[in-house]
Design a binder for this molecule. Structure first.
Ligand code: C2O
Ligand code: CU
Length: 493
């Protein structure tokens, strides 16, 4: 492979053929950056905070002058942000007022199995109709715990501060559900992080990036097959679309003071990778956290490579610009395509800093004599809806590919053919080696739950599960690959 300076292979970085909008698209940088509202509990007691979320359709103006029907948590795209304390339980009742069944997964959550969103633990629509095709031909319905109309998920949040997200996880239909809007952020905070002099308040901003395509009338375009799961074969590598949404707005603009900001970057795209960069220096991304929370030390990046489902917590210092300057975030993997723009409005006081030590978690040395497992991710055949495999098997909810003991380290080896962002439920991991080398990519540091594995690459990670016994998942987070069965169950025992 040819490596560019940032360590990414120079071959095509995107998934499938580009899905193009038919709608009239706005000029970039006209729409202000929205900030998803923070979800308020309906009540709290000594043990927990209780929330209620309604999954419903809504008609939103995403492209100026057009209406898009979304499926959203509380009718929003992205859904509301959960902003919770470490160790404080959140009990979330999800009410399904859509016309299809859904499943909710908290990505990055250390969640008991009954609340983890097993792909057949379906919430059937409250209105009693089932979205037609969904019920037919679905193998293994008996493998799930189906509820009617609503389901209560318990999230202990017994884990360190981190940027998590929640999204749909319905077997065979995750990609179209997430595409239509079923995703949102779940931020956990703790005292260790509170003590750091990092930007806060309106200088701490989520940037949830997702690509979408729109039909002429403003509705979402998605190349689903009419008669069941999967996408048209030319999109089987994954759906990449021509409009970049940040927090649900196309190529938005945001006014900032000439000070430091903290951005929680989430790639919520189905299949697209980004290499985010600024069109003009000198700003860089100083990474302070990854999927699983704060890094031990900050890492400065010229550009940020973000695969689907990965999170990067970064600080950007706009004091290096003058009031009146504009700086555009572009995607270098896509010919410097626009993502969003910042306008530097004014000078302002700034008492924030990026400490040299952020957190004191131990980087676990590679233990000897641990259990090893290999997970081989293989491409499917065009035309097969269930063709993408792990260890030669398409996802079968009745099959557990591994029995994993709690509280012991394991080394998991991921082997790929084409590019796959590999995600493990329940526990974060540390990347040990990439391409046979202990020198990692600059984006592999810290605790991660999703690791981007480049074509024909081998990555080893160290993982340890704890506390919760039950059925969990490992899968590709290219959502089209996932729906085409690149997913495996494992059981913690
Ligand atoms: Cu973000 Cu199993 O998912
Ligand atoms: Cu994949």
């Amino acid at each position: 492979l040819t490596l560019t300076s940032c360590g990414q292979e120079a071959s095509p970085a995107q998934a499938g053929e580009l899905l193009r909008s038919k709608a009239k698209l706005p000029e970039p940088f006209q729409v202000p950056l929205p900030i998803p509202p923070v979800k308020k509990p309906i009540r709290s007691d000594a043990k927990a905070d209780y929330y209620q979320v309604v999954q419903r359709k809504a008609s939103l103006e995403i492209l100026p002058g057009l209406k898009t029907e979304v499926m959203g948590y509380d009718g929003l795209l992205p859904g509301p942000t959960f902003d919770v304390r470490s160790g404080r339980t959140a009990i979330v009742e999800q009410i399904n007022q859509l016309d299809v069944s859904t499943v909710v997964h908290l990505h990055g959550g250390h969640t008991p199995a009954p609340s983890d969103g097993w792909p057949l633990d379906l919430i059937m629509p409250a209105n009693g109709q089932h979205g037609g095709h969904h019920m037919e031909g679905m193998e293994g319905m008996e493998g799930g715990d189906t509820t009617m109309g609503r389901r209560t998920y318990t999230y202990p949040n017994a884990q360190r501060a981190a940027t998590l997200w929640y999204h749909d996880h319905t077997m065979d239909y995750t990609a179209p559900r997430v595409y239509r809007g079923l995703f949102g952020l779940h931020i956990i905070r703790d005292e260790e992080e509170d003590k750091l002099p990092l930007p806060k308040g309106d200088r701490e901003i989520p940037l949830i990036i997702a690509d979408r395509a729109f039909d002429a009338d403003g509705s979402f375009l998605y190349p689903a097959l009419k008669d069941g799961p999967g996408v048209e074969s030319k999109y089987m590598e994954g759906v990449v679309a021509d409009v970049t949404l940040v927090n649900g707005a196309p190529w938005p603009v945001h006014e900032v003071d000439a000070v430091r900001y903290r951005f929680r970057v989430l790639n919520a795209s189905n299949a697209r990778r980004y290499e985010l960069g600024f069109d003009k220096g000198p700003a860089t991304f100083v990474q302070i956290g990854s999927d699983g929370g704060l890094l031990d030390k900050p890492i400065e990046h010229q550009t940020l490579v973000v695969a689907p489902a990965e999170r990067f917590d970064v600080v950007v210092d706009f004091s290096q610009y003058r009031p009146g300057d504009e700086v555009t975030v572009v995607n270098r993997l896509d010919g410097n395509a626009n993502v969003m723009r910042f306008k530097i409005a004014r000078k302002a006081a700034d008492d924030t800093r990026i400490p040299a030590t952020l957190s004191t978690y131990a980087v676990t040395p590679r233990p000897n004599g641990v259990v090893r497992r290999e997970w081989r991710f293989r491409r499917g055949d065009a035309g097969s809806h269930r063709g993408w495999t792990i260890n030669g098997k398409a996802f079968d909810p009745k099959v557990m590919q591994a029995q994993v003991k709690l509280d012991q380290y394991e080394i998991w080896t991921f082997v790929t053919d084409v590019h796959h962002p590999v995600h493990v439920h329940l526990a974060p991991f540390q990347v040990l080696t990439r391409g046979g080398q202990s020198k990692l990519s600059e984006f592999d540091h810290g605790w991660k739950d999703t690791v981007d594995i480049r074509p024909a690459e081998v990555v080893e990670v160290l993982v340890k599960f704890s506390a919760h016994k039950g059925k969990y998942l490992i899968h590709c987070h290219n959502l089209e690959h996932e729906d085409m069965a690149m997913m495996a169950g494992f059981e913690t025992i």
